[in-house]
Ligand binder design. Structure first.
Ligand SMILES: Nc1nc2c(ncn2[C@@H]2O[C@H](COP(=O)(O)OP(=O)(O)OP(=O)(O)O)[C@@H](O)[C@H]2O)c(=O)[nH]1
Ligand SMILES: [Mg+2]
Length: 187
């Protein structure tokens, strides 16, 4: 698989112009968006990961096999971001999610240990309101034993969605996410 970093955008003017289908990765700060992207492409250092929440502050576009983009969005819910900056990021993300024609699927990523938090529910409602297709991924399943992880997945189902269990550490769920992506792209 060829995976190339293309651009880190702080404004819509710099989004790629080649109209390939795009899959976006969304979730709270530090939930594991960039790690998921690296696991999907099997390129460890492709998307920048970190223990410092709020590390990804721009919209990062990665082109896969000249066929589609995986799009790493800045995480939300990081309290220590100064309000004017937080506002600007939110405006950028909303602009992308609302206006981007190439966007085919959003992966809403939840930590299986924490499940839905208010900003996640808000985003889910927002995506539904705007009729944007999305997939819920429950990540960090490697941090729980089998029964704890089942309990976490059950709690996520209470919002009426079937989560895809995932772990960037073990690679659990990589195949299933690619399957969902290729179904969307080839529709
Ligand atoms: N055990 C385990 N750790 C994970 C997993 N996914 C991510 N992590 C860890 O969680 C931390 C945050 O991961 P990132 O991928 O940087 O998270 P992010 O959502 O991109 O964070 P921001 O860009 O800051 O919003 C890192 O220390 C990762 O190593 C996983 O599936 N299992
Ligand atoms: Mg990140």
């Amino acid at each position: 698989m060829k995976a190339e970093f293309i651009v880190s955008s702080a404004s819509p003017a710099t989004f790629p112009a080649d109209r390939l289908p795009e899959i976006a990765f969304l979730g709270r700060s530090n939930v594991g968006k960039s790690s998921l992207l690296n696991a999907l492409t099997r390129h460890k250092g492709l998307a920048f990961t970190s223990n410092t929440p709020g590390r990804t502050q721009t919209i990062n576009f990665y082109r896969i096999d000249d066929a589609l983009y995986l799009v790493d969005l800045p995480g939300y819910g990081y309290a220590r971001v100064p309000p004017p900056l937080a506002w600007r990021w939110k405006a950028l993300i909303e602009h992308y999610l609302q206006k981007r024609e190439n966007l085919k699927l959003s992966c809403l990523i939840l930590d299986v240990r924490r499940g839905w938090m208010d900003p996640d529910r808000e985003l889910k409602r927002w995506l539904e309101y705007h009729a944007r297709p999305y997939l819920v991924v429950a990540t960090k399943t490697d941090k729980l034993n089998r029964s704890e992880s089942e309990r976490g997945l059950r709690a996520i189902r209470e919002e009426g969605v079937e989560p895809l269990p995932f772990s960037a550490l073990t690679g659990r769920g990589v195949r299933e996410i690619w399957l969902a992506i290729s179904k969307t792209v080839h529709r």
